[in-house]
Design a protein around this ligand. Structure first.
Ligand SMILES: Cc1cc2nc3c(=O)[nH]c(=O)nc-3n(C[C@H](O)[C@H](O)[C@H](O)COP(=O)(O)O)c2cc1C
Ligand SMILES: Nc1ncnc2c1ncn2[C@@H]1O[C@H](COP(=O)(O)OP(=O)(O)OP(=O)(O)O)[C@@H](O)[C@H]1O
Length: 312
């Protein structure tokens, strides 16, 4: 169930709180604990998150790009915790100016938690003054259980959405996927390209990512494409196609060695990035571009053989 506000029923629930952009391994530690308690107590799991990101709301002049768009985040919650309820609280001026006490009061009244789960670094309320001690005291007085999950780290650094964004911008896909615990993905609908791909022997399915989504550096990646229930090895290009286009619009292009490529127009697909291969180049001729893509394809085939060899 997806809701923008609060439940209309008065059922007791188990509540997990946070923004959860990317749903990295630290977030999953919080959510796993919440899901376990919900199952034990036979109560619904309610994930409470916000929109937009608090740092993208009024009064802030920089924009944070999302690792997971709202739709992707919702899908991810549902695939990890089927049947969970997801609430997007609007982070507006009013919420920004809500004191820590009033914020928790609302959570308590609206969601009727019997248990509240957050990470130890979760902060809330006006000027983020509310911390774990405050949260634990507040709920203890009301007979509500709390579970505060210690921060998960990797190589001495605490995992965070900020860390994942920095890694994506650097193109360190391997580490991004390690921190997420699943491959960084882009979801979208296939649009028509210029049909040059078919002429040079590399037809592609083209997807226009939303501008609020964070993207790795323009270039070529190895990975997979998911469509319906199928998963297909995919040679992926992200960029503005400087060789053939003056347009600055960024596209994600997927080349798969399979007939279905032609029948994907208007379909919704997910592209999973596994490995960064090379940066985008501006070629002087389409022939030079074709030669390079042929090399990319050979490298991708070798990569697939190598990774399959490691699995078998
Ligand atoms: C593996 C691969 C690598 C690519 N690398 C580049 C590149 O470095 N520079 C570039 O301008 N376009 C690159 N492209 C994009 C092509 O220009 C594009 O696929 C081609 O023009 C077909 O576009 P269309 O689908 O609109 O017909 C690449 C495409 C693929 C599939
Ligand atoms: N490394 C971590 N280990 C355990 N819990 C975490 C970790 N990071 C975040 N959490 C918890 O997960 C929930 C969602 O985290 P939230 O999205 O608010 O923070 P974040 O991942 O640190 O992002 P940002 O970098 O934008 O601050 C919160 O309850 C938070 O305390």
């Amino acid at each position: 169930m997806l809701s923008k506000s609060y439940p209309k029923d008065y059922l007791e629930s188990v509540v997990a709180l946070g923004f959860f952009d990317g749903i990295h391994l630290g977030h999953q530690a919080v959510l796993n604990r919440a899901a376990t308690i919900a199952a034990e107590k036979e109560k619904p799991l309610r994930i409470i998150t916000f929109y937009p990101h608090p740092r993208n709301s009024i009064g802030h002049n920089h924009t944070i790009k999302y690792i997971t768009t709202y739709a992707e985040k919702y899908q991810c919650f549902q695939s990890f915790y089927p049947g969970c309820e997801v609430y997007f609280l609007r982070f507006n001026r009013q919420l920004r100016h809500t004191s820590s006490e009033s914020f928790l009061d609302r959570i308590n009244q609206w969601f009727r938690p019997i248990a509240v789960i957050t990470g130890e670094n979760f902060r809330f309320g006006y000027r983020t003054q509310g911390d774990q001690i405050f949260l634990q005291n507040f709920f203890k007085k009301r007979g509500v259980e709390t579970a505060i999950i210690p921060s998960i780290s990797l190589d001495g650094d605490v995992l965070s959405s900020t860390m994942v964004r920095q890694l994506i911008e650097k193109g360190d896909i391997k580490k991004v996927n390690k921190v997420l615990g699943y491959p960084f993905s882009i979801r979208g609908r296939i649009v028509k390209g210029k049909q040059i791909g078919s002429q040079i022997g590399f037809p592609t399915a083209n997807l226009l990512p939303v501008s609020s989504k964070i993207m790795p550096p323009h270039g070529v990646y190895f990975g997979f494409m998911n469509w319906k229930k199928g998963e297909y090895p995919a040679l992926i290009y992200i960029g503005t196609k400087p060789t053939v286009s003056q347009n600055q619009r960024r596209v994600v292009e997927v080349h798969i060695s399979h007939q279905i490529c032609q029948s994907l127009y208007q379909e919704r697909i997910t592209v999973q990035l596994q490995h960064f291969w090379r940066l985008e180049k501006h070629f002087l001729t389409i022939e030079a571009l074709k030669e390079q893509i042929t090399i990319d394809q050979a490298a991708f085939n070798a990569y697939l053989q190598h990774t399959q060899g490691m699995i078998n």
